[in-house]
Design a protein around this ligand. Structure first.
Ligand code: FAD
Ligand code: NAI
Length: 471
């Protein structure tokens, strides 16, 4: 980095929030630098999150299917063996290809990539401790905080990423644990529990609340998901809190009791996964040097234009408010660069989808029944099961349903909740419908190709204001 030159935009963090903003800024003709300490771009998502987890989810599903779901398809297989190092290598290859790809996009869009740890020196200057040794400073007219998040630790259990692991250890285990305890039945817990359970681990998920799936998942969907995951071999302890952990000696013990208090029980396992949420990461960022504050959950405080109280310093992604999702961070990246370069930008926070990549997948957008009831909104529900969908039948993959919720008076779509094959792809149509303010009738009167899973989507829309044809 050249110390003399002042950039239009300096970005701290090269995760999805930071790298997308950097590319967009470069495309808009801004002079931009992006500081990343990890040694590779893409942040949590590409390096240790979305991408490696999906590689393992896909390949462990294939393995599990070959073991348990081929005979009635007319396929006879011989000895099936797991080669875990090779499965991990496939994951690493996908990650390396994608992270390197961002470096190429940086060059293509004139983004200066500074490998190092950034910290505020003053309101316009970031000091960088370089990965290769030495220091530099970089000055910016605007500065963007995009430093992301980290796993919330469980008090009393020291993370070693071998026996007591976060998701980072869970995507890199060297052997399949015989027994695994998962603390937290949210998205990370269930995705990682799926991987290791499919590969042969005996997995118990302990969840404090009365339903799995974390915040936002519709109750009916969460119930169905739990049923199907149980059928695959996972065990659940709901309404149960973990009170203590002990990783001394062989294996790990965790003590649990009913959330409302009650008898204690000890769970033994070879590996414990801590998946109780993530928290914003601002360690060593020097926020105190410029008087910036975080809220009680560690989030950098911003206004609707992503400005901190120092107006040319903004924050987006996991380090601030909103769902901790890569595509949410990506929308904010585009909007924040537009605010900086044009003075206006927009993200529709009411239409950000959520997807859980288990099998079947779970996906939703908008509001769920619990939320609408609490808000006293009158609504209609239309539901269609995949067991009545022709394509799901030919695929012998018929578990789950599509559920539409629309306003009782206007039929405007309020929420769509899917559990079923390819739900994560199917929800895109729901997001678009919500974004366009569509009614369920709008969707139902749109032609959907036959035979496709998406016909279940259309029929659920139809069932919301009328009757489905095939159910
Ligand atoms: P991050 O990706 O955390 O990036 C921040 C970057 O800033 C990091 O690379 C960090 O090294 C760097 N940094 C921090 N401080 C400094 C500093 N002082 N100087 C320089 N660099 C610094 N989301 C989805 O939408 N879909 C998924 O399927 C999905 N799967 C996930 C699976 C797992 C196991 C996990 C853990 C998360 C998953 N997420 C998923 C969430 C997703 O990863 C995050 O929402 C996303 O990465 C947030 O992007 P970000 O850029 O805000 O933060
Ligand atoms: P989460 O907030 O989704 O779930 C944490 C769960 O742990 C909650 O259900 C909570 O009730 C439970 N819990 C908390 N303390 C507990 C305790 N002491 N005992 C038992 N249960 C306890 O957080 P998670 O799963 O760690 O994920 C973090 C973030 O990463 C989420 O915001 C998620 O959106 C994101 N992510 C997204 C993915 C996706 O989009 N597919 C995949 C993985 C992560």
């Amino acid at each position: 980095a050249s110390e003399a030159e002042e950039k239009d935009l300096v970005i701290i963090g090269g995760g999805v929030a930071g790298y997308v903003a950097a590319i967009k800024a470069g495309q808009s003709g801004l002079k931009v630098a992006c500081i990343e300490k990890r040694g590779s771009l893409g942040g949590t998502c590409l390096n240790v999150g979305c991408i490696p987890s999906k590689s393992l989810l896909n390949n462990s599903h294939l393995y599990h299917q070959i073991l348990h779901d081929t005979k009635n398809r007319g396929i006879e297989v011989g000895d099936v063996k797991l080669n875990l190092p090779a499965m991990m290598k496939a994951k690493d290859t996908s990650v390396a290809g994608l992270t390197k790809g961002i470096e190429f996009l940086f060059k293509k869009n004139n983004v200066e990539y500074i490998k190092g740890t950034g910290a505020f020196q003053d309101e316009h200057t970031v000091a960088v401790n370089l990965v290769e040794g030495g220091e530099t400073t970089v000055r910016g007219k605007n500065i963007l905080i995009a430093t992301g998040s980290e796993a919330t630790p469980f008090p009393g259990l020291t993370i070693d990423e071998k026996k007591v692991i976060t998701s980072t250890g869970a995507i890199a285990l060297e052997e399949v644990p015989k027994k695994m305890t998962v603390i937290g039945g949210g998205i990370i817990g269930l995705e990682m529990a799926s991987v290791w359970s499919r590969l042969g681990s005996e997995v118990t998920v302990v969840e404090y609340l009365g339903q799995i799936g974390g915040p936002g998942m519709d109750k009916d969907v969460a119930k169905q998901a739990q049923k199907l995951l149980q059928k695959q071999g996972m065990k659940f302890k709901l309404n149960t809190k973990v009170t203590a952990g002990d990783a001394e000696g062989e294996g790990v013990k965790v003590t649990v009791e009913a959330a409302k208090g009650g008898k204690e029980e000890t769970l033994d396992a070879d590996v414990v996964l801590v998946a109780i949420g993530r928290r914003p990461y601002t360690n060593g960022l020097g926020l105190e040097n410029i008087g910036l504050e975080v809220d009680e959950r560690g989030r950098v405080i911003i206004d609707q234009e992503y400005r901190t109280k120092v107006p040319h310093i903004r924050a987006i992604g996991d380090v601030t408010f909103g769902p901790m999702l890569a595509h949410k961070a990506e929308e904010e990246s585009v909007a924040v660069v537009e605010y900086i370069s044009k003075g206006y930008g927009h993200v529709n926070y009411g239409a950000i989808p959520s997807v859980m990549y288990t099998h079947p997948e779970v996906a939703w957008v908008g509001q769920n029944e619990q939320e609408l009831k609490a808000a006293n909104v009158k609504y209609n529900v239309g539901q269609f099961p995949f067991s009545a969908n022709s394509r799901a039948k030919t695929n012998l993959d018929t578990e789950g349903f599509v559920k539409f919720i629309s306003d009782a008076e206007t039929d405007r779509i309020l929420g769509i909740h899917i559990i079923g094959p390819n739900a994560g792809e199917m929800i895109a149509e729901g997001v678009l419908a919500l974004e366009y303010g569509a009614s369920s009738e709008d969707v139902a009167r749109t032609s959907h190709a036959h035979p496709t899973l998406s016909e279940a989507f259309k029929e659920a829309a139809m069932a919301t204001y009328d009757k489905a044809v095939h159910y």
